[in-house]
Design a protein around this ligand. Structure first.
Ligand code: ZN
Length: 354
């Protein structure tokens, strides 16, 4: 009679002893994947609009327990589909700013989520609070999310599809969004977290309301600079990169950042207006910043101009098409000795490396 409790007790002790071993073997991991690398609103050679997917988990779930999307340019759903993901698997979307190249894919994501996966939890959309620009107009993420499907409501499509499937929220895709806004500040602030994953934001200069993000996980830290540039909007200045992004990036493993190549400088004859050139961070300056903060990886994305293009929008690329090697060379001028990834759609970095 006494033996049964002993067997159970042994099993419990064994279980308690085995449990930590099981957890330890499922090592945490983080995947950073560029879902689109087109710089600016143009369309070139099938590149998707800018976006970065951070997937965190462990070996047992392919680093995919939590999926955070940073910006969602044109074609984001297509790139996610190439990763075997549906839009319903996104846990949150973060916007650096509301230029259309960074938001073009958002309506598509929300419409698709509403269409097939409306039973999923609401999607957190994290972005700056309403910002009144120096010129007097307001940049409003809250209005973007509230009105994301207005065209489909006005066309009658939402009502038509609800008539076919009453499980779909009658108010349309906007009903599936939980908008979370924050006031971007000069120091990092935590704006979102889940378990042991923490996302911080900092103010950075590009257009009103621009913010850059840092994601800290047990597998590593990643900074998403967006289109940040220096507060001094034109030379003379020490760097084209953002001092705030640099503070945010101290000790980070990976920096993902929009990049402009020095070949497009106004004095080289590109025709690009100086204010558009100078509000982006240049490849050599990004290399120098990555070196100063000790980053292991610099992922260049949102490349202006895209490798292979003769033009960036209406502006020509002086000296002809750039190659991936031209971007790499421009970064290495800085003396950065870490890994440089010249962004192509679906390029990825894994932490820790396999
Ligand atoms: Zn942009």
């Amino acid at each position: 009679m006494n033996r049964i409790p002993i067997v159970i007790a042994v099993a419990l002790v064994m279980g308690a002893w085995l449990a930590p071993t099981t957890v330890a073997s499922a090592a945490p991991c983080l995947m950073v994947t560029l879902t689109g690398t087109q710089g600016g609103p143009g369309a070139f050679n099938g590149l998707a609009g800018p976006g970065t997917l951070l997937s965190y988990g462990d070996d047992s779930n392919g680093c995919g327990a939590l999926n955070l999307q940073f910006d969602a340019g044109r074609g984001t759903t297509m790139r996610l589909s190439q990763l075997g993901m549906t839009v319903g698997q996104l846990d949150a979307i973060f916007f650096t700013h509301l230029h259309s190249d960074h938001t073009d894919g958002f309506a598509d994501i929300m419409q698709l989520r509403w269409h097939f996966e409306s039973a999923r939890p609401k999607l957190d959309v994290v972005c700056s609070a309403d910002t009144v620009s120096a010129e007097g107009f307001t940049i409003s993420c809250r209005k973007l999310t509230l009105h994301i499907a207005d065209a489909f409501i006005q066309s009658g499509e939402i009502a038509q599809r609800v008539s076919e499937d009453k499980a779909r929220p009658a108010g349309g895709p906007a009903e599936l969004i939980n908008t979370i806004t924050f006031e971007p500040k000069d120091e990092p602030e935590v704006v979102w977290s889940s378990g042991d994953v923490k996302v911080s934001a900092i103010r950075s200069t590009h257009i009103a309301g621009h913010a850059s993000y840092r994601v800290d996980t047990p597998a590593g830290s990643v900074v998403i600079g967006g289109d940040a540039g220096n507060d001094a909007i034109a030379p003379p200045r020490a760097s084209s990169t953002s001092n705030e992004v640099e503070r945010l990036a101290k000790g980070a493993d990976v920096i993902v950042h929009s990049t402009i190549h020095p070949a497009m400088a106004p004095e080289k004859g590109s025709g690009m207006p100086p204010r558009i050139f100078y509000r982006q961070s240049s490849a050599p300056d990004l290399g120098a910043m990555a070196k100063r903060v000790g980053a292991k990886y610099l992922m260049l994305t949102h490349l202006i101009p895209p490798p292979g293009a003769t033009h960036q929008g209406p502006w020509r690329v002086p000296g002809g098409r750039l190659t991936e090697a031209d971007y790499r060379k421009a970064v290495l001028e800085s003396g950065f000795t870490g890994n440089v990834v010249v962004g192509a759609d679906l390029a990825s970095v894994r932490l820790p490396p396999k």
